[in-house]
Design a protein around this ligand. Sequence first.
Ligand SMILES: [Zn+2]
Ligand SMILES: [Zn+2]
Length: 260
Amino acid sequence: MSISQDTAQGSHAWSDAELTSAVQAYLQMLRLELNGESYSKAEINRQLREGPLATRTKASVEFRMQNISAALYELKMPWIAGYLPARNIGSAVKEKMITLLKTSGIDFLNAYVPTSHVEALDAKVAELRRRQIGKKPLGTIRPVTETRSITTYVRDPAVKAWVLQLANGVCEGCNCKAPFLGQDSLPYLEVHHVMPLSCHGSDTPSNAVALCPNCHRRCHYAYERDQFKLELYEKIPRLVLEVPEPIPSETDVFIDLDVS
Ligand SMILES: [Zn+2]
Ligand SMILES: [Zn+2]
């Protein structure tokens, strides 16, 4: 058979067993690539044609690999750089490849799928840092946007101003001077609610502290943030411990950085 016949419509259709072996070989290569380990595409292509794809040409196996890249591209998952997603792939073929991929163990790729949810992003980042990324990512030149509703609290400017005035340019967490002057030419500190507003904390001086950006991030992201919170309560007599209420389920769209 000629290469063109085979790579275009194919002189005979691929069986499910053939497609599955191509997908499995592809995922094996992708795993190695993501881990930064070297492998030979030509060697794997040859092994496939000596085994389950004995009736296929080298070019037809390559083209099938590009089909798989196209399906992964559709799923917003990483694909093997050497197999550019095939453009002229029919939707039926793509759906078929997607179905096969989903039954071939692609959960390990979920951590790479972009997200607009900050908490989901951080969970993916943590997972990828645990695994180590073996290869510099391509990234996205023009990230897309998603629109959804954001819940935010109406806040009292006098409370924020009073807490900042009281701090007088010194962080109430670490007692260091504000690291720089803000756009208003005043020492830059952020006001944080010790009991988060999203846990029904109050917007009052007895629940608000003026912190440098480092201490503020520590309150939100540190491994020992609960301990740090207790230290703030002990250190700042103005603060009154409030009883938390359950966090609403839509918290992942609640932005609580208290920065603005
Ligand atoms: Zn500080
Ligand atoms: Zn905060």
